[in-house]
Design a protein around this ligand. Structure first.
Ligand code: SF4
Ligand code: MG
Length: 325
């Protein structure tokens, strides 16, 4: 299938007075047309930083220090400001956690949409408004021809997030980066937004990079999953591989934290400890202080991300297996 985004050996560094901090280390993945790649991990794993690197939104003094990012055949990591501005919003849409931060309270939903549509598409005001009504309908806003003239605060949280999704789709982007798009919503509303994202992928062929700490959401939405830990990919593969049969001990711990639906009692298997800060990354495998299966080699050497093309894991438990095979 057609590759929309490839991230190859991406490295992001922050120059500080105390030295160079590595925020992202050798990140590689790709996303195909119409596919949802879930990027999952605890806070501080580098998920949002990966999205920010793609969009040239890394906070100062961070910078891309290695690797490449391609959108289709075009290299985008080395674009200048004008170059990336032509892509942001147009070929890559963005959805953030809190829909209120993306919407101006003084503008109607219709003004938001028509303005954005006209930035990207050669339509007059009337055509843009008609397009906006279609988009609102597509994202499931009832009575869109009337609701288009309402203000953001007149919508529920879930409907506002639908509006933000419509905004992200205005220019018909090939890829949408959604960073914790349902975190601020009730569980029942989350499920509806998940359904909507799935529908948009299949009807429009839009690819999604879905950043979340929520394994349950990944299980229901994603085609493939990248599990991140301390600025690296710990495991990447299809949902059935990574959610169904995770191999990395960290991924196994995260999966254990999915509350089971058929069981009243959520099956929470906590991973002890917390994500290390970038200023204090443990040597070797950065997960070793929290890992039940850590061996001597885990404290000495970082494991490489190895395996089949469609399922890779960075853990010494499996490096051994490969050498033996
Ligand atoms: Fe645990 Fe070692 Fe694997 Fe790291 S490399 S996850 S410490 S077993
Ligand atoms: Mg984040």
């Amino acid at each position: 299938s057609e590759t929309i985004l490839s991230v190859e050996n991406l490295r992001v560094e922050f120059e500080t007075r105390r030295g160079t901090l590595v925020a992202l280390d050798d990140i590689s993945f790709s996303i195909a047309k119409g596919e949802v790649l879930g990027v999952v991990g605890e806070s501080g794993a580098g998920k949002s930083m990966t999205g920010a690197a793609i969009m040239h939104l890394i906070p100062r003094p961070g910078r891309i220090a290695g690797g490449r990012i391609l959108l289709g055949d075009q290299r985008i990591d080395n674009l200048d400001r004008t170059g990336i501005e032509a892509i942001r919003g147009r070929r890559i849409g963005m959805i953030f956690q809190d829909p209120l931060t993306s919407l101006n309270p003084l503008m109607t939903v219709g003004d938001h949409l028509t303005e954005t549509i006209r930035v990207h598409l050669p339509l007059n005001r009337r055509q843009a408004r008609a397009r906006a009504i279609e988009l609102l309908e597509e994202v499931g806003i009832p009575d869109p021809a009337v609701r288009i003239d309402s203000y953001p605060h007149e919508f529920s949280g879930g409907q506002r997030q639908r509006v933000v999704i419509a905004l992200a789709l205005c220019a018909e982007p090939e890829l949408v980066i959604a960073d914790e798009p349902t975190t601020a919503l009730d569980v029942s509303v989350q499920a509806q937004i998940i359904k909507l994202i799935r529908k948009l992928c299949s009807t429009r062929g839009t690819a999604f990079m879905l950043i979340t700490h929520d394994m349950g959401m990944i299980a229901e939405t994603a085609d493939r999953v990248a599990v991140m830990y301390a600025g690296k990919v710990a495991e990447i593969g299809t949902v059935s591989q990574v959610v169904g049969a995770p191999r990395h001990p960290y991924a196994q711990g995260l999966m254990g934290a999915i509350p089971s639906l058929d069981n009243e009692e959520p099956r929470l298997r906590q991973i002890p400890g917390s994500m290390p800060s970038l200023t204090a990354l443990p040597g070797g495998c950065s997960f070793h202080p929290r890992c039940e299966r850590a061996m001597d080699i885990c404290r000495q050497r970082a494991p490489a991300l190895l395996g089949a093309i469609d399922h890779k894991v960075a853990c010494h438990l499996y490096e051994r297996e490969e050498v033996a095979a």
